[in-house]
Design a protein around this ligand. Structure first.
Ligand code: SAH
Ligand code: SF4
Length: 358
């Protein structure tokens, strides 16, 4: 049996566990600022304490099983968990660093980590590769936290460098709400990774009752709603769970969600050729979002081997975007990163390790 993972503990829990409290602070610093993966390296702790901790706890519950680098700077990690299951995490470089004439850094590079929250997914969306493998299990808070630590460390990013987190990897984050909320809190800790709520975006296929619960937790995170359709019939075809949580219930939950007044709720709209790429849908979308401070992100359907749908033309995407923009709805087109390494939205899945490493 594997040992309890220290990344599962919030700072308050660690402080209750390791006495005196300055020791827990030191351990916290070693993990979140030095990326320590063994207690042995924590030289300012007494030897006996290091040995006892090592006997009873593990630090890093993930191993890099495979790493693929895209030509656009995106890196896809395949992580092996303690029980041999695998998840994928994507490291995205959003902006290159620029240097001014005197050689000073003018603009810092920006990074985003796309994090998984479950092995597989229960929701079963017909367009998503993660769904094809079914659901295996929830990730623990520590396994969610570990993904960010591992990629930050692997890319040599200094602890003080901020990054953004999007919960858009494998799984439905709100179907694992307790562990998600704990991970969010650990990420936010100012003596740890210090990633504020406004740098964290939870993407959901629309479990409206859980959107309310997340809102009540008041963690200050953003939400992104994977809407994809403007009528319930098509949405249920794409996201079977829509039968239980229909569009109206999602819109109502969004209206109740506490949103930073300077921010907008993101609506993701997966555009599929000949399904939802027409201007009648665009018109309905404008109507649906009336009264919400929304931003629509249009996503090209990313095909994978055996997928049932087709990618829309860029021309149709642009027309859709122009319709929304000209009717007062802020709208962007997401240019998927990492397509050449299947790291784009909807292309992540659990892998057989033998197949993955061969
Ligand atoms: N389960 C959550 C978060 C993970 S999916 C959710 O569904 O929101 C992250 C995003 O990728 C979602 O907006 C999802 O709809 C989108 N996606 C899934 N399959 C896709 C595909 N084949 N092409 C493009 N985007 C896809
Ligand atoms: Fe799950 Fe999101 Fe994929 Fe749907 S799109 S199956 S909710 S991961």
């Amino acid at each position: 049996m594997s040992k309890p993972c220290i990344l599962d503990y919030s700072k308050a829990e660690l402080t209750a566990l390791v006495k005196p409290s300055f020791r827990s602070k030191q351990i916290w610093g070693w993990i979140y600022h030095q990326y320590a993966t063994s207690f042995e390296t924590m030289q300012n702790l007494p030897k006996a304490m290091r040995e006892e901790l090592a006997q009873n706890y593990e630090i890093m519950p993930l191993k890099i099983a495979r790493k693929e680098c895209s030509t656009d700077g995106t890196i896809k990690y395949l992580f092996e968990l303690s029980d041999g299951k695998t998840i994928e995490t994507v490291w995205l470089k959003m902006k290159d660093e620029s240097i001014d004439e005197e050689g000073n850094v003018e603009n810092e590079a920006r990074y985003t980590v796309c994090v998984s929250t479950q092995v597989g997914c229960k929701v079963g969306c017909t367009f998503c590769l993660t769904a094809k493998g079914g659901f295996t299990r929830d990730l623990s808070a520590g396994e969610i936290v570990a993904q960010v630590l591992a990629v930050k460390s692997d890319n040599g990013l200094a602890a003080a460098k901020r990054l953004n987190i999007v919960y858009m990897g494998m799984g439905e984050p709100l179907d694992n709400l307790d562990n998600l909320a704990k991970a969010i809190t650990i990420f936010k800790d100012e003596e740890g990774l210090s990633i504020s709520g406004k740098r964290q975006t939870v993407s959901t296929s629309g479990l409206s009752s859980k959107i309310d619960k997340l809102g009540e937790m008041d963690l200050g995170v953003h939400i992104a709603i994977s809407l994809h359709a403007v009528d319930d019939e098509l949405r249920t075809e794409l996201i079977p769970m829509n039968k239980a949580y229909n569009i109206a219930s999602i819109i109502d939950a969004v209206k109740r969600f506490p949103i930073d007044t300077r921010k907008r709720v993101m609506f993701e709209y997966l555009v599929i050729k000949n399904k939802n790429d027409d201007l009648v849908s665009a018109k309905k979308l404008v109507k649906l979002l009336h009264g919400i401070k929304a931003k629509v992100n249009l996503i090209f359907f990313n095909p994978y081997e055996g997928s049932d749908y087709a990618r829309p033309s860029r021309g149709d995407m642009v027309k859709f975007q122009e319709y929304l923009t000209s009717h007062g709805v802020l709208c962007t087109i997401r240019d998927s990163k990492g397509l050449d390494i299947s790291a784009a939205c909807g292309q992540l899945k659990e892998k057989d390790l033998n197949e993955a490493v061969s």
